[in-house]
Ligand binder design. Structure first.
Ligand SMILES: *[C@@H]1O[C@H](CO)[C@@H](O)[C@H](O)[C@H]1NC(C)=O
Ligand SMILES: *[C@@H]1O[C@H](CO)[C@@H](O)[C@H](O)[C@H]1NC(C)=O
Ligand SMILES: *[C@@H]1O[C@H](CO)[C@@H](O)[C@H](O)[C@H]1NC(C)=O
Ligand SMILES: *[C@@H]1O[C@H](CO)[C@@H](O)[C@H](O)[C@H]1NC(C)=O
Ligand SMILES: *[C@@H]1O[C@H](CO)[C@@H](O)[C@H](O)[C@H]1NC(C)=O
Length: 360
């Protein structure tokens, strides 16, 4: 800038013209600076929106006196007739899909909550930990584990399911890059076999849930009659696609051409309303396969069907708070619904002990 000023003084005849030029220059710089700075400020995504984007149902929506209202209520969250004829045997681009292991657990009850746990065949210990801690049978809640096809664990999965009656298995190969098949299978199962549930929670097999707090949250902060257009989760802001070969999450431009992902939900805990599940399912069946399931379903697909997500962030225990809770018996923490992501089995057991003691 100083260099420029000297240059202007030397060559421009009248000093006030120089002042004018400098002022204009400064103004330009400032405007440019504003342009650069403003979007960066806007990129900070607020944690909790003031106005949620979902609708909570009230008894008026559900119970009705006249026949006409009852018929309206039949339309409810969605209608299976709105799916294409070959939909049942299709999973995205797989044309011979079927459930190898299935259950009709929702026919007998009308669950408040269906919990669908994504798990790899080899993770027997993780499943057992959940069954023995927060996942003990409770009325009102259906808990299922979702698995793909596996040679190595074929027999043991059958045995495990015989014993616990809680495994749903699809016939696509269970593999890391097949996560999106699993997520869409979850949406498919809920759509076809559990349309009467009020809420659907998709989680991973290394998550702790404070079930009592979750039910309390659903009944009092949400609605026991259900909701519409809901995706509640730990939201992640838009981020750059990982292109380096070192990354576990490397994605090639062929797999995903854009440089950035849209905002999406961290996949370890996502609470859906049934209509959201249906809309996401129907759209996911039409779109090309993309293997990072949380980006795909709660980002790309959600945008396509005009669904947005709301934050559960303040109900998730932070990792360092979990460590304090487990190792310091005097440490008090406000109530939480979910443990941090990627928990060990020991930590799940420890949190379960602590939260069971607190509520008695
Ligand atoms: C349920 O009823 C409330 C108030 O009566 C209304 O605002 C809301 O839009 C209704 N929701 C649905 C999904 O019909
Ligand atoms: C079902 O599809 C018809 C026509 O495609 C549409 O008018 C209707 O709104 C759809 N219903 C639902 C619940 O999506
Ligand atoms: C359970 O419900 C599904 C679909 O809602 C139906 O196809 C199936 O036949 C039912 N099973 C039983 C045992 O009633
Ligand atoms: C994903 O599943 C499909 C269908 O079973 C299979 O053809 C494909 O090889 C699987 N992908 C991986 C990476 O194993
Ligand atoms: C998307 O949602 C917004 C807000 O709910 C609504 O105003 C808009 O009409 C919707 N657009 C479509 C295509 O459904």
């Amino acid at each position: 800038m100083l260099e420029k000023r000297r240059y202007l003084h030397g060559y421009v005849a009248q000093p006030y013209t120089a002042t004018l030029v400098i002022t204009t220059l400064l103004l330009c710089c400032f405007t440019f600076w504003m342009f650069i700075e403003t979007p960066r400020v806007q990129l900070i995504v607020p944690d909790e929106k003031l106005q949620p984007s979902y609708i909570l149902l009230v008894p008026d929506n559900v119970s009705s006196s006249t026949l006409q209202q009852q018929q309206q209520q039949q339309q409810e969250a969605y209608s299976l007739n709105n799916l294409s004829i070959d939909d049942e045997t299709r999973l995205i681009d797989l044309n011979d899909f079927k459930f190898i292991i299935n259950h009709d657990l929702c026919n007998k009850t009308e669950p408040l909550l269906l919990i669908m746990i994504h798990t790899a065949p080899k993770n027997y210990d993780k499943r057992l930990t959940i069954r023995e801690t927060w996942g003990k049978k409770t009325s009102d809640i259906v808990i299922l584990f979702l698995i793909g096809a596996t040679d190595e664990y074929h027999d043991s999965i059958i045995e495990e399911n015989k014993k616990y009656n809680d495994i749903i298995q699809g016939n696509f190969i269970d593999a890391y890059k097949n996560m999106t098949y699993k997520h869409v299978m979850t949406l498919k199962w809920a759509t076809y076999y559990c349309s009467n549930t009020k809420y659907i929670l998709k989680i991973d097999d290394d998550v702790f849930i404070n079930i009592r707090e979750l039910i309390d949250f659903i009944k009092h902060n949400l609605s026991p009659w259900g909701a519409r257009r809901m995706i509640l989760c730990d939201p992640l802001p838009p981020s750059a696609v990982k292109r380096t070969y070192r990354s576990k999450w490397r994605v090639s431009p062929q797999e995903y051409p854009d440089r950035n992902y849209p905002g999406y939900c961290a996949g370890y805990a996502i609470l859906y309303s049934p209509d959201s599940v249906f809309l996401l399912y129907r759209e996911a069946q039409k779109l090309p396969y993309f293997w990072i399931d949380d980006v795909h379903i709660t980002g790309t697909v959600a945008i396509n069907v005009n669904l947005t997500h709301d934050s559960l962030h303040s109900y998730i225990l932070r990792h360092d708070d979990m460590i304090k809770l487990i190792h310091n018996s005097n440490y008090q923490h406000k109530s939480f619904i979910f443990g941090p992501p990627d928990m060990t089995e020991d930590n799940i057991k420890a949190l379960h002990r602590i939260s069971s003691n607190n509520t008695t």
